[in-house]
Design a protein around this ligand. Structure first.
Ligand SMILES: Nc1ncnc2c1ncn2[C@@H]1O[C@H](COP(=O)(O)OP(=O)(O)OP(=O)(O)O)[C@@H](O)[C@H]1O
Ligand SMILES: [Mg+2]
Length: 232
């Protein structure tokens, strides 16, 4: 139960640790996140921010501890069920992970095609998110021909297009100028207002113009340093 009246937590971490060889990237993290929360995960380079988002997306398995997503224990998700779980998430990887030999349009459309949406809906929806990120003119380009900032905007468009209930965005404005960064943040805010739970990993907290109440989860050296409510 959450403090604000009984909504079940959408994300729960119990004593989660992640070890890469001898390196403890996450060290005994216990944390609850409510549905619809806006969360910034902050901390210096190497703190474990990307690792935290990756274990939630099951891009990495934890070494110890448990993670529940909507009450589902991630340790019990078989590889066959993984694609269904992943549809609940939109993930922006720090290194984008776009498919290099598919166009921008195809990269973004794939999520909706896999979900069995109609081609007319797919076209409308994909063009909407590309327009909102300022990428509509590059719809027919291949990712390797784009700048880093353009690829990042496509990665954000792809993460939100399926209207997932949880959006995990790893440094989603890291390669962007102020104008494009604001477009990306506005797009994330649009989905936040529709009810999505948003986790953004960032070491730059000063970017949001719109005032949104959220939580800052500070990590350092894999450890939870503190949680505070902020107006971003
Ligand atoms: N695949 C990996 N193999 C070995 N060590 C790793 C791997 N991924 C991350 N690490 C280590 O785990 C620690 C946390 O890495 P992580 O990428 O989560 O940090 P971060 O907070 O996202 O940093 P940044 O702000 O630079 O993106 C670092 O010390 C990193 O070197
Ligand atoms: Mg990172």
């Amino acid at each position: 139960m959450s403090a604000d009246g009984g909504k079940a937590n959408i994300i729960r971490l119990f004593n989660v640790s992640k070890r890469y060889g001898g390196k403890l990237a996450l060290d005994d993290i216990t944390l609850d996140i409510d549905p619809g929360e806006f969360v910034i995960v902050s901390g210096p380079s190497g703190a474990g921010k990307s690792t935290l988002l990756k274990v939630l997306y099951l891009a990495e398995r934890v070494s110890e501890g448990q993670i529940l997503i909507d009450g589902m224990n991630l340790a019990r998700i078989s590889s066959g069920k993984l694609p269904f779980l992943r549809r609940r998430f939109g993930m922006v990887f720090q290194d984008f992970k776009l498919i290099p030999n598919r166009t921008v349009f195809e990269n973004v459309a794939l999520v909706l095609q896999v979900a069995g949406e109609k081609p007319s809906y797919i076209k409308k929806k994909v063009m909407h998110v590309l327009r909102t990120t300022g990428m509509e003119k590059k719809a027919n380009h291949l990712p390797p021909t784009l700048s880093g900032g353009e690829q990042q905007r496509v990665a954000v468009a792809r993460a939100v297009v399926g209207e997932p209930s949880i959006i995990l965005a790893d440094e989603p404005t890291g390669s962007l100028d102020d104008h494009s960064a604001q477009l990306v943040l506005d797009l994330l805010m649009e989905y936040h207002k529709k009810g999505a739970t948003i986790l953004i990993a960032s070491h730059n907290l000063g970017l949001l113009e719109s005032s949104v109440r959220g939580r800052n989860i500070a990590i350092e050296d894999g450890k939870l340093q503190g949680i505070s409510t902020m107006l971003y």
